[in-house]
Design a binder for this molecule. Sequence first.
Ligand SMILES: [Zn+2]
Length: 217
Amino acid sequence: MTTALAALALAATSTFTVHATPAQAAACNGYVGLTFDDGPSGNTPALLGALQRHGLRATMFNEGRYAAAYPAQVKAQLAAGMWVGNHSYTHPHLTQLGQSQIDSEISRTQQAIAAAGGGTPKLFRPPYGETSSTVKAVEAKYGLTEILWNVDSQDWNGASTDAIVQAAGRLTNGQIILMHDWAANSLAAIPRIAQGLTARGLCAGTISPQTGRAVAP
Ligand SMILES: [Zn+2]
C-alpha cells in the first residue's frame, strides 16, 4: 500500500515536471526589436549585464564618436550577443546638413565601428528620426537600411520605468522600440520588459536589413 502510494506520488511529480518544462521554455510566437541609441558609454556595461541576465538581445545604434572613444564597449556589445548599427558620428540634425556632411557622418561611423571590432553596420538610424531624400541617398551608398521605430519608449523625455514597461507591452510581432543607452529608467525596466515579453510569447529578435523588421536571430 505504501509502495503504491509512493509510486502514485512519483508519477504525479513526473507528470507535473513534464508539463512545467515546456511552459518555462516558452516558444517564440513572434519577435520584437529592442534598440538602444547613443552609446557606447560608461553606462554600457550595466546595460549589457542586465540584458544578458534576462536573456535579451538588442540592437545598439552607436554614435561614431563614442565607438572611437570606447572601442572596448563596442566589442563588449558584440560579445554580449548584441547587434550594432550606425547612429551618425556626432548626432546632428542631418536634414540641416549638405550631402557631403551627411556622407562624412555616416562613413566615419562605419569606419569607427569597424575599427572597434563591431563589423560594418547594415542598419542606420538617423538622429531624432529625421530623414530626407538626401539622407536616404547616402544610406544607400553605404548599403545601409534606415531603421526608425514603431514604439517610442519616451525614455529620452523623462518617461518613468512603469511607462517604459507599458510601452514595451504595446510591441507586436516584428515591431521595434526606441530606447537609449544613457536612460536609467530603461535600464531599470529591463527585468519587467523581459517578463512581459515572455508572458506574451514574444522574444527579442534581430532587425532584418532586408525588411527593417524584427525577426528570429
Ligand atoms: Zn540618438
